[in-house]
Design a protein around this ligand. Structure first.
Ligand SMILES: C[S@@+](CC[C@H](N)C(=O)[O-])C[C@H]1O[C@@H](n2cnc3c(N)ncnc32)[C@H](O)[C@@H]1O
Length: 273
């Protein structure tokens, strides 16, 4: 039987979490990076991982899928997003893998058991920790992560910057069936605080405006490094992305001491206990 063509996406029919994940997340690549880096730093595979600000918990699910010994905990404050993740990601795990995953509706600063001690890896990705707008709050969060890690534990974060990150602008990226719009809506040069939004546009002309809104402080990389050290972490390493030769990144992140001046970058950071 001939396959019926898929109905085109519109603002009414599309699911914002599906669009978000397709536009800005790649849990497989993220787990490839943290798995390999932990092994290089510690000489063994990590077993337990906590995904802070987990949203739909796509990465926590990828971790338990990766190896039968892996366990993960996803932590997020927002019940409906966690519920979406249960329905769309957790439900497709095997029964055995489901046993190795826990989702907690909690504040990342006080996640409670079983996420509060002895963890190999804690992740804070997609710049989510920028919701902490003062040094005190940021360092308070970093201290609680430090306390949650086991003695060989490693905290992984990401960071974006460059001069393009510092100004109001919209960036459009075509995706399959829709356009992703990253909107740096407001930036206050004195407080360093800003509002970023995600919108989605569809071929029929409809628009999902303000699908996601983030009220953030745009921390610099050096501020983050210093805050991690102040929170008690040992070596802090920045991983800079290689060049694809066409003005973009090649998806390969290597430990780097000096960051090239560039309009925009995304980097990973590891902070070792
Ligand atoms: C940008 S999303 C991150 C989603 C996903 N982890 C990713 O990498 O794309 C940020 C998430 O952080 C959650 N969040 C914000 N403040 C939080 C807090 N203090 N504790 C736990 N979750 C929080 C929000 O509910 C939201 O789901």
């Amino acid at each position: 039987m001939a396959k019926r063509p898929k109905a085109a996406l519109t603002a009414k029919t599309a699911d914002k979490h599906v669009l978000y994940e397709a536009s800005v997340q790649c849990p497989e690549a993220e787990i490839d990076f943290v798995d390999k880096t932990f092994r290089r730093l510690r000489g063994r595979h990590a077993v337990s991982l906590r995904e802070d600000f987990c949203g739909t918990a796509a990465t926590a699910c990828e971790w338990v899928r990766r190896r039968p010994s892996n366990t993960s905990v996803g932590v997020d404050l927002h019940g409906p997003t966690l519920a979406w993740g249960k329905k769309h990601h957790v439900a497709s795990l095997s029964d055995e893998a489901k046993q190795r995953l826990t989702l907690l509706k909690a504040d990342v600063r006080s996640p409670g058991s079983p996420a509060a001690s002895g963890t190999d890896i804690v992740l804070a990705m997609n710049f989510s920790y920028w919701i902490f707008k003062t040094r005190q709050d940021l360092i308070g969060y970093f201290r609680s992560v430090h306390a949650s890690l086991g003695k060989e534990g490693v905290f992984f974060l990401d960071h974006f910057g460059g001069w393009e990150a510092q100004r109001p602008q919209q960036e459009r990226r075509k995706q399959k069936g829709f356009t992703y719009v990253w909107d740096q809506a407001e930036i206050d040069m004195i407080s360093g605080q800003g509002t970023c939004k995600i919108h989605f546009e569809f071929k029929d002309g409809t628009r999902m405006k303000n699908a996601f809104t983030y009220s953030w402080r745009l921390w610099s990389l050096i501020e983050i490094r210093e805050a991690l050290v102040e929170a008690g972490f040992g070596p802090v390493t920045v991983y800079w992305e290689g060049d694809d030769g066409k003005g973009g990144g090649n998806g390969i992140f290597k430990p780097t001491k000096k960051g090239e001046a560039c309009p925009c970058y995304v980097a990973y950071i590891s902070a070792e206990k």
